[in-house]
Design a protein around this ligand. Structure first.
Ligand code: ZN
Length: 130
């Protein structure tokens, strides 16, 4: 039985993102759970709450009430790390190439510009733009 004093501290439309945040909080010793308002067999009262409190994201990370502040601090640290990683990738000038065969977006490091690469989705070759 899940106690009712759980609170949503993070909302996202990506399950992968929600899982990463929950795992990060768990690593730091918090009892974090991922709740989805689209999951079948979820707890009705939690689904109701997530629908009323946040219409934007389908996946939420929940922690006990006494962990809210700790969780929010950890999440802001995590988001800062994510932003730095993104900024570093941008600074290095990674290149986006769309596969001709399947339309998958492949992001490649700058040294791959002008090369022929294998699509991570379909495995066929495509040209990386200069
Ligand atoms: Zn492809």
């Amino acid at each position: 039985m899940i106690p009712i004093n759980l609170n949503s501290v993070y909302t996202t439309n990506s399950q992968g993102q929600a899982d990463i945040v929950a795992a990060w909080l768990q690593e730091n010793g918090l009892d974090a759970r991922v709740n989805s308002n689209t999951s079948l067999g979820g707890l009705p009262e939690m689904i109701l709450w997530s629908k009323t409190e946040s219409a934007s994201g389908a996946f939420e990370v929940w922690v006990p009430t006494d962990s809210i502040n700790a969780a929010k601090t950890m999440i802001s640290e995590w988001e800062t790390c994510q932003r730095q990683a993104t900024a570093e990738r941008m600074a290095k000038g990674s290149v986006d190439a769309v596969c001709d065969s399947c339309g998958e977006l492949n992001t490649l490091p700058p040294e791959k510009r002008g090369a022929v690469e294998t699509c991570r989705n379909c495995g066929l070759y495509f040209d990386v733009p200069e």
